[in-house]
Design a protein around this ligand. Structure first.
Ligand SMILES: [Zn+2]
Length: 408
């Protein structure tokens, strides 16, 4: 249970927020109580999610075989801790602890990987012919050069994971496969081989599934060229304009998109109908936050200079499902936005597993962060910021909107 202990130790650093002395006898139990108290205090704003993650972590702790799940849960818990800690020094200390725990885990996983791969390969050779590009029930669209499988994790953070597959070879790229179980299972059902992982950025609710997917598939990890010190086991660092090939037919161009963090990559597909995998930069009807290593002015530049310039028919695949809450924010900022008003009932309470995929053209109508010149957005903004200039520049509007969204 070294991983969980490592997090506990780091949490103990932040235990000063917990005043209540432990009331149980055993030292290990007492440590846990202090750590859990600290965690809950640190993330009280997100208490229901923290409670659920911790319950899961505690349940897993009693299962020696569940290291991989602990790794993911650690990632989720730590994402909450980091989100709840306002002290930068403390946050980076906790983050460093988790990164080291992940690196240790990845090392152990790598040692097991080789043997496992050989076992799997020989089993496959014995039992069945090589996997085809698709399972019998789901023939690939013959016209499609890229298949996108969106995987709804159903977790407290509302993450979407993605598999992008080549219909000819069955090779697949996994984007931020936090829910490794669902990702590996989807690949198995489709008869795909995950050969690469792309982390859009370094937050643990995006990287937390890497180690298990690598251990199971031997996939190579790809991330922003500056993310190497923050993500364990990166095999390939990418920069703007680099192309990731998947199998024979899929080409994904890397966009360097700082703002949510400074090491964020979005992918744009080179397909007839383009797709944008936007991580935590552009959400449906919203924009990523900037409080864990990001910067609102850089996010503005990313929106205006890169994302807004993509074709209107670009399909948008974000890292989380926040559409309902984001639409409500749009309507709070721009009450006369007819498109947002019309869409809200459709997405209210929708199942994110089958939720709609928006296009960039739609986003320009419903996403406040792409409507920086709208007179009603500016008028409402002036009510919140009386000192707003008569003709505010779009960057100011964006930064102020982001500020309001932080408190939304
Ligand atoms: Zn993030």
């Amino acid at each position: 249970m070294g991983l969980l202990n490592s997090l506990k130790l780091k949490l103990l650093v932040s235990a000063t927020v917990s005043a209540a002395p432990p009331t149980v006898q055993s030292m290990a139990e007492a440590e846990r109580v202090v750590a859990l108290n600290a965690l809950l205090a640190a993330v009280k704003k997100q208490r229901p999610a923290a409670d659920a993650a911790l319950k899961h972590a505690k349940a897993l702790e009693s299962r020696e075989a569940a290291r991989k799940d602990i790794e993911v849960t650690l990632g989720q818990v730590t994402a909450l801790v980091l989100g709840g800690i306002n002290d930068d020094g403390l946050r980076s200390e906790v983050d460093a602890g988790l990164t080291k725990a992940q690196a240790d885990f990845a090392k152990r996983a790598a040692r097991r990987r080789h043997a496992r791969r050989h076992r799997t390969a020989s089993r496959r050779a014995r039992c069945r012919p090589p996997a085809k590009a698709s399972s019998p029930g789901t023939p690939p669209d013959p016209g499609a050069s890229m298949i996108v499988e969106r995987i709804w994790t159903g977790n407290a953070y509302r993450n979407y994971n993605y598999l992008i597959a080549c219909p000819e070879s069955g090779e697949a790229l996994a984007i931020d496969p936090l829910d490794h179980e669902k990702c590996l299972n989807a690949a198995r059902v489709k008869g795909w081989q995950i050969t690469q992982i792309l982390n859009t950025h370094e937050h643990h609710d995006h990287t937390g599934g890497n180690a298990v997917v690598v251990a199971a598939t031997g996939a190579k990890i790809i991330a922003h060229y500056n993310a190497g010190s923050r993500i364990a086991g990166v095999d390939r660092g990418v920069k703007a304009g680099d192309v990731i090939k998947v199998g024979k037919t899929v080409e994904l161009e890397c966009l360097d998109t700082p703002g949510h963090t400074m090491c964020h990559i979005c992918l744009r597909s080179r397909t007839e109908t383009p797709a944008l995998f936007s991580g935590d930069t552009l959400f449906n009807a919203g924009a990523g936050n900037c409080h864990n290593g990001g910067n609102a002015e850089d996010l503005y530049a990313t929106f205006v200079e890169q994302l807004a310039r993509l074709p209107d028919d670009t399909r948008v695949y974000p890292g989380h499902d926040y559409i309902e809450n984001n639409l409500r924010f749009t309507l709070a900022r721009e009450p006369d936005n007819a498109a947002a008003k019309a869409l809200l009932p459709e997405v209210t309470g929708q199942d994110p597993a089958t939720g709609r995929v928006t296009t960039l053209g739609e986003e320009k109508q419903i996403n406040t962060f792409l409507r920086l010149s709208s007179p009603s957005v500016i008028a409402a903004l002036r009510e919140a910021f009386a000192d707003l200039p008569e003709q505010p520049d779009p960057k100011t509007v964006f930064v102020k909107l982001r500020e309001l969204r932080n408190k939304w």
